[in-house]
Ligand binder design. Structure first.
Ligand SMILES: Cc1cc2nc3c(=O)[nH]c(=O)nc-3n(C[C@H](O)[C@H](O)[C@H](O)COP(=O)(O)OP(=O)(O)OC[C@H]3O[C@@H](n4cnc5c(N)ncnc54)[C@H](O)[C@@H]3O)c2cc1C
Length: 562
């Protein structure tokens, strides 16, 4: 039997391993069910899922020095499907160069873009939304680079927005600066393109609805236990002194009672970027000196656990607009809200079928940018972005102003240089991890976010926006003014990675080897977004799914399974 923790990646592994009826998997999830939650199912309501709800772990970061000492929400899904049950559903794979760099860092060609193509297709089930024509005026995606028979649904926008024509005209008429990219998931991501999202005919497709959907949950060898919070993993030391992990300790009543379950084969940690290192550290796997100082029995010295936290810093940049039909309208007009919920519940059509974001742009700084005199270029090559625009027809959240409609023109640094950490400060595994993003502490990140903001203003200076925009998010123009705006407003994109990073087999740093086994011990693997050594130039769910699809094959191969 394998024991696995649920989430984006854990669900994939559990599904793939139980394809073999002789293999059984126990999937443990700290949160509850994903079913019958309107805000999770209706894509337009994604912004209502977190932060500050019972579906979120409700973590907050430590005070972040470079953003005016603000602590920021570090949202993570606390329900089956993990963060894929509450994320914004954007589907981006990153650039081919990103994956080729992982192959080169790990010395394993299996992580290269070309080698991963079968896994990308195993994950993806590209579907058409019923309510829009996507061949007009030109195709909005390239079918040659998509999978149509995978498990997790991906589709284009299903309900047209006021902003669409304006974005397209800007791109057509300013193509030198903002070229159109028909399909940012081809491996060549640069340019502006339509969002592809994990939506299945108007309904969120999460790892819970897809990989743990009814057709798979029927398998007698797949066992899912909800409200089961893993506190530690345990093992024995062999005669040669090597730790072999084989059991998982968990609680279903907030620590009142504790249970232990034993894996005859392997334990797969897929608790995500914050909780995977948290479980490892509480189990005595981490930097021995710090663990001893806390009073935790250090069973395996692995100093990289929890280090290398990387997050994409962003600002939302909300413009007041003349439109009366943006995402805010749902919160401001109760009649419209209930009519649209009714339409969606009956027909799965209307504005609720789409997540908030309509377009993304992946862009680079000029080659002669002054920042490269002081910093090396962190991108893996010329076809990978330095920054991103995230363009949305408003945003429905729990903090929508009573009046006013907005264009949300987010900007983000997609290859950040600031590095943070996840640590613990108590011996109680029910305490939250200590999350320090170190957001924007690198001068490079601040520079790129500033340039991205300036570029977003260039984009919106096209005359097509004149009768649409009422007022900007800020009047800042000088470096100092924009820096002050960024420091007051920046936050995380919710795309953290890196806290159990993979490295080459014999490399001294890193937490897992290229086959995702925890270095120096037996019986323990990590399969989730924490294994990325460097940020993928992407929103992180598709990269995590891709990792998990390959991981399932690596695990099968280890045990001689089909
Ligand atoms: C608000 C938000 C918006 C996002 N938007 C997007 C987007 O639009 N596109 C995109 O690509 N990515 C997005 N992401 C990121 C994406 O969802 C994550 O990168 C991805 O889900 C990571 O997968 P994972 O398997 O590493 O972790 P998760 O999906 O977070 O899963 C971890 C799971 O482990 C469970 N768990 C944790 N600790 C324990 C424990 N001790 N015991 C038992 N269970 C435990 C959690 O409850 C959770 O179910 C977003 C994330 C958030 C939070």
């Amino acid at each position: 039997m394998f024991i696995c923790i649920a989430g984006a990646a854990g669900a994939v592994v559990a599904n793939r391993l139980t394809e073999d009826p002789k293999v059984s998997v126990l999937l443990l999830e700290a949160g509850g069910s994903n079913e019958n939650i309107l805000d999770s199912e209706a894509p337009a309501f994604a912004g209502l899922m977190a932060p500050g709800t019972s579906w979120d772990w409700n973590f907050t970061s430590t005070p972040q020095a470079a953003i005016n000492n603000r602590s920021v929400a570090a949202a993570r899904g606390f329900l089956l499907g993990g963060s894929t049950s509450l994320n914004f559903m954007v589907y981006t794979r990153g650039s081919a160069e990103d994956w080729d760099r992982y192959a080169s860092i790990t010395g394993d060609r299996g992580w290269s873009w070309d080698s991963l193509q079968p896994y990308i297709r195993k994950n993806e089930h590209f579907v058409s939304q019923p309510s829009t024509k996507h061949a007009d005026p030109e195709p909005q995606f390239n079918p040659k680079v998509h999978g149509f028979n995978g498990i997790n649904a991906v589709s284009l926008e299903g309900f047209p927005k006021d902003i669409n024509e304006r974005v397209i005209r800007t791109v057509q008429e300013r193509s030198a600066e903002f070229p159109f990219n028909q399909d940012m998931n081809s491996g060549k991501q640069l340019g502006v393109g339509w969002v592809q999202a994990t939506v299945d005919k108007g309904v969120r497709s999460s790892s819970a609805t897809s990989y743990l959907g009814p057709r798979f949950m029927k398998r007698p060898n797949l066992h899912v236990l909800l409200n089961a919070r893993v506190t530690r993993v345990h093992g024995n030391r062999s005669n040669r002194g090597r730790m072999a992990f084989n059991s998982v300790e968990f609680t279903q009543d907030a620590g009142g009672t504790s249970h232990t379950v034993t894996a005859s084969k392997e334990i797969i940690l897929s608790a995500g970027v914050f909780m995977t290192p948290h479980i490892l550290l509480h189990s005595g796997v981490g930097d021995s000196a710090s663990l001893k100082e806390l009073g935790i029995n250090a069973v395996h010295h692995l100093p990289s656990v929890g280090r290398n936290l990387r997050e994409q810093p962003s600002t939302r940049n909300q413009w007041l607009v003349t439109s009366k039909m943006t995402q805010e309208t749902f919160a401001q007009n109760a009649t419209f809200f209930s009519e649209q919920v009714d339409t969606w519940q009956r027909t799965k059509t209307g504005p609720l079928v789409d997540p908030p974001n309509s377009f993304l742009a992946w862009l680079r700084l000029p080659r002669d940018s002054s920042i490269f005199k002081r910093f090396h270029d962190p991108t893996p090559g010329p076809h990978t972005a330095h920054f991103e625009f995230i363009i949305a027809n408003g945003l429905l959240s729990r903090a929508v102003p009573a009046t006013g409609n907005f264009l949300r023109f987010g900007t983000a640094v997609v290859q950040p240089m600031s590095v943070g950490s996840v640590t613990i400060n108590s011996t109680n595994p029910l305490d939250h991890p200590v999350i320090n993003y170190n957001l924007l502490t690198s001068e490079y990140d601040l520079f790129v976010l500033r340039e991205a903001f300036r570029q977003s203003n260039r984009f919106l200076s096209h005359p097509v926006w004149k009768d649409y925009l009422i007022s900007p998010p800020t009047n800042a123009t000088t470096d100092d003014e924009i820096n002050a705006y960024i420091r007051a407003n920046a936050g995380p994109m919710n795309h953290p990675i890196g806290t159990a990073a993979m490295s080459a087999k014999h490399a001294k740093d890193g937490v897992v080897d290229p086959h995702l086994k925890v270095k120096g011990v037996d019986g323990l693997r990590v399969v989730d977004a924490s294994i990325f050594p460097i940020t993928p130039t992407a929103h992180t769910q598709a990269p995590t799914y891709i990792v998990a699809e390959r991981a399932a094959d690596l695990i099968k191969a280890s045990w001689g399974l089909k």
